[in-house]
Every structure is written in structure tokens, then in C-alpha cells.
Design a protein around this ligand. Structure first.
Ligand code: ARG
Length: 465
């Protein structure tokens, strides 16, 4: 066996691993993106080995130097991978030994790839979830800016609010936009919560049972910025709850993007005509010259399926694994890499699409001013006059039936009804139904400004970490 091409386990085996075994079991094709985190973990481990006296000062220096060289090689794409580099951890350790010689061969003292890989992947996940949170916050800011333009007070733009996708009651456009923002702010909090629990260092657990050597896991946990070291070595190397939790939180972000996307598909349709996409954020059709398609919104909807699949697939991988490390665990990386990539790109694209889009508020308001949209206000008018709500609901309901079935005008019916005074007619004026939604958190101009203040405070709270 060529010395350059030795496997980590070459001492125990007579024969070199079959090419097809390597082709099937390798992870370097995807885990090379952990290179920085592997270097970070190795640096901390080397310093710890020096700290407890298992390596000399010179040996630690040689390893740290080698790791710095590798970092440069990685950044400039000069790092040369070998066929025998099964994963990124093997590749980096091999190179450390090439550069640092005998000192490099000591780097793996009291360490297994099992605790090494868990450490690198936690470092990666912690950082990347933080990046995702930043992109979610950007989208929340887009909602806030668009809400500002749409207005919150009197004269602010409004549109029909829907239940069952049927027009229900008018709402301020700003209120509608911020509704999505609140969901995304919960996502930020959920991701921070996942980060809090994953913030534990597994380094020092070894293959599964710790080591007889006098290591200091507290030292490495500190070096790496983890809140604490593991408490149980078996748990440390086999726990991938952080992957499941991250996938779950990301799947929910994707579902939120999907629901938002679905609305934009509707809003930009000719049927709704509530919003218009900026050319740079829409696509055309290869055949139909008149088309302007909301592909970002559609893919935000479509990709949510994949994100949900990443979560359920990974849970299925985990469900029967005995303690501690099993090679199955290598299947933790691709779903999470993919989930992070897709959610990140989706957030950026949706932010761009929405921030550059324009609203047809006239069309929204015309739809919202349909007289029957004030039906609830008419019923509440009767409640104020002492009529029980069930009864007032029935009175107004029968008037609406006449409008729908017989083409009667609601205004005429109200004007001639014994139940209503003349003042009730004001409720049918354009914009008056939304103006009346004034309870806490409600959709009208008397309530939304307070909500906006709370939104700003919440956004500040979830982004200060
Ligand atoms: N590439 C492996 C993974 O990602 C590294 C750990 C391999 N450990 C082992 N005992 N074979 O899980």
C-alpha cells in the first residue's frame, strides 16, 4: 500500500479497502464543507493536549502551524484531496501529518472520529443556524418596511381578510404583512432555542467511552465557545437531537415560506391582481409572451416538501440506532446541509421579491369595500342596541341572503329595516368596516399602530443575541 494512500485502520487490515466500498461509504464529497470546523476542533484539541502535558509546546506549535497552512490551502483551493481521504476529518489529519511529521501523528491522541465529527458538525450547525436567523430577521424587516409604506393609521391601505379563502372582513395591508412577520419571529426564537441545546462539546468522549489519558474536555469546550462539555460519553457521540431539532425548526421556516409563497401566487394572479412583481424578481414563459410568473413564490411552496422530507427521512434513520456511534449517523449531514441551503436561499429570494414588489391597493380596497364585508359590523351594531348576537347574526344573515339571491342592495335593506337607525348606513361607507376593527391586536387603524410598536420591540428582542 502506498504510504500516501493508507487508510486510518491500515494496521489492523491486510488488504486495502475495495474501491466500491470507498465509493459507497465515503462522505468527503459532501462533508468537505466542514473543513473549517474540523480545523477549529483540531486546534482546540491540540491546545488541550499541550495543556495537560500530552504534547510538548513544540509539538502543539507544529500542529497549529500545519492547521494554519491547511486553512490557507483550503481557502485558495490548493488543498489536494486523495482517493483514500474518506472524509474531511481523515483528509485534514493526513495533511497535518504530512506537514508536521511526528507531531502531526500525535494529533489524534485521545480522540476518535466519532467525537471529532460530532464536534465539527455542532460547530457548523451553530454558526449556520445563526446565519439563517439573520436572513429571517431581514425578511421580518421587509414586512415592516412594506407595512410602513402601506400605512397603519387612518387612510392606510386595506384589503379583504379571508377565511376559507372567502372574503371575510377587511384588514389593513400592514396588518396582513406583519402577520407573516410574527410567524417568522417565532422561527428565530425556535432556532435560538435549538442553538442553546446544541451548545455542548462532545470532544473528549473518544470513540464511545472516554479515555485513560488525562484529558480536559472542559478546556476544549471553552476553547470552542461551547457552553459546557458533555456529561456522558455514549450520549456525546451518538446524540443527533440537534440535527433533528434544527431540521424541524427549518422545516417550519420552509412551511412559513410556503404559505407566504402561496399567497403571493394568488395575489399576483390576474384574478386577484393585488400585487405586481418587479421584472427582476419574476420569470417569463418560453412560449407564452404575456406571462410573468411568480417562480420564487412557487418554489418556496414546492421546496417545503423537500424540507419536510429531510426531517422525516432523518428521523427514520435515527429511530433504531443502538448506542453509540453507528455509520448510519453519517446520513445526518446531507439533509441538514440541504435544509440550511434551501431555507437560506428561499429567505433571500423572498425578501428580494417582496421588497421590490408593488401593491395594487385600489384593487384591494375595491374588493374589501363590497358592502357584505360590513355584515359583522351591522350585527355588532345591533348588539350595541341590546339584541343578542345570535339574533342579530340571523337578522343580518337574512339581509345578506336577499343581496346574494335577489340582487338587493344591502344599503337599501338597512335603510328600510326596523332594526337599524340611519347611523347604521355609515357602516357601509368605503373603509368604515376596517376602521372599526379596534380591539387589541385587531386589523384596523386604531389597533395596528400599537401592534407595530410591539413588533419592533419583538424584532429587537429576537435579534439581540
Ligand atoms: N464520516 C464519518 C461520519 O460522518 C466519520 C465518522 C466515522 N467513524 C467511524 N467510526 N467510522 O459519521
Amino acid at each position: 500500500m502506498n504510504s500516501e494512500n493508507k487508510h486510518l485502520w491500515h494496521g489492523r487490515f491486510e488488504l486495502k479497502a475495495a474501491d466500491d466500498l470507498m465509493a459507497y461509504t465515503e462522505s468527503i464529497s459532501f462533508d468537505r464543507r466542514l473543513w473549517l470546523d474540523d480545523i477549529t476542533g483540531s486546534r482546540a484539541h491540540a491546545r488541550m493536549l499541550g495543556h495537560v502535558g500530552l504534547l510538548s509546546v513544540n509539538e502543539v506549535d507544529a500542529i497549529i502551524q500545519a492547521l494554519a497552512t491547511i486553512e490557507k490551502e483550503m481557502l485558495s483551493s490548493e488543498f489536494r484531496f486523495l482517493d483514500s481521504d474518506e472524509d474531511i476529518h481523515t483528509a485534514i489529519e493526513r495533511r497535518v501529518t504530512e506537514i508536521a511529521g511526528a507531531a502531526g501523528a500525535k494529533l489524534h491522541t485521545a480522540r476518535s472520529r466519532n467525537d471529532q465529527v460530532a464536534t465539527a458538525f455542532r460547530l457548523w450547525t451553530k454558526r449556520e443556524l445563526g446565519v439563517v436567523c439573520g436572513h429571517i430577521a431581514d425578511l421580518c424587516r421587509v414586512f415592516r418596511e412594506k407595512a410602513e409604506t402601506a400605512g397603519f393609521g387612518s387612510g392606510a391601505a386595506y384589503l379583504p381578510g379571508y377565511t376559507h379563502l372567502q372574503r371575510a372582513q377587511p384588514v389593513l395591508l400592514s396588518h396582513h404583512l406583519l402577520a407573516h412577520g410574527w410567524a417568522f419571529m417565532r422561527d428565530i426564537e425556535r432556532l435560538h432555542d435549538a442553538i442553546k441545546r446544541l451548545n455542548v462539546s462532545p470532544l473528549g468522549a473518544g470513540a464511545l467511552a472516554g479515555t485513560s489519558l488525562p484529558i480536559d474536555p472542559e478546556f476544549t469546550a471553552n476553547e470552542l465557545g461551547f457552553a459546557k462539555p458533555f456529561d456522558n460519553s455514549l450520549d456525546a457521540v451518538s446524540d443527533r437531537d440537534f440535527v433533528a431539532e434544527s431540521l424541524s425548526a427549518l422545516a417550519l421556516v420552509a412551511v412559513h415560506l410556503s404559505r407566504l409563497g402561496e399567497e403571493w401566487v394568488l395575489w399576483t394572479s390576474e384574478e386577484f391582481g393585488f400585487a405586481k412583481l418587479n421584472d427582476a424578481w419574476a420569470t417569463g414563459s418560453s412560449m407564452l409572451p404575456q406571462k410573468k410568473n411568480p417562480d420564487i413564490a412557487e418554489l418556496a411552496r414546492g421546496k417545503s416538501g423537500r424540507l419536510i422530507g429531510n426531517l422525516t427521512g432523518f428521523l427514520a434513520t435515527m429511530k433504531s440506532l443502538p448506542l453509540a456511534y453507528n455509520r448510519d449517523l453519517q446520513e445526518d449531514k446531507e439533509p441538514l446541509f440541504d435544509a440550511v441551503d434551501q431555507v437560506r436561499r428561499g429567505l433571500i429570494a423572498m425578501s428580494g421579491m417582496i421588497s421590490t414588489a408593488s401593491f395594487n391597493t385600489e384593487r384591494m380596497q375595491t374588493a374589501a369595500d363590497q358592502p357584505t364585508m360590513a355584515a359583522t359590523d351591522l350585527a355588532e351594531y345591533l348588539v350595541r342596541r341590546g339584541i343578542p348576537f345570535r339574533e342579530s347574526h340571523a337578522i343580518v344573515g337574512s339581509m345578506v341572503r336577499k343581496v346574494v339571491d335577489e340582487g338587493a342592495q344591502l344599503r337599501d335593506l338597512v335603510a328600510t329595516s326596523e332594526h337599524f337607525g340611519d347611523d347604521a348606513l355609515e357602516l357601509l361607507n368605503p373603509g368604515s368596516a376596517v376602521a372599526n376593527r379596534s380591539s387589541r391586536g385587531a386589523a384596523g387603524p386604531n389597533a395596528v399602530p400599537d401592534q407595530v410598536a410591539r413588533y419592533d420591540a419583538e424584532l429587537k428582542r429576537v435579534t439581540v443575541h
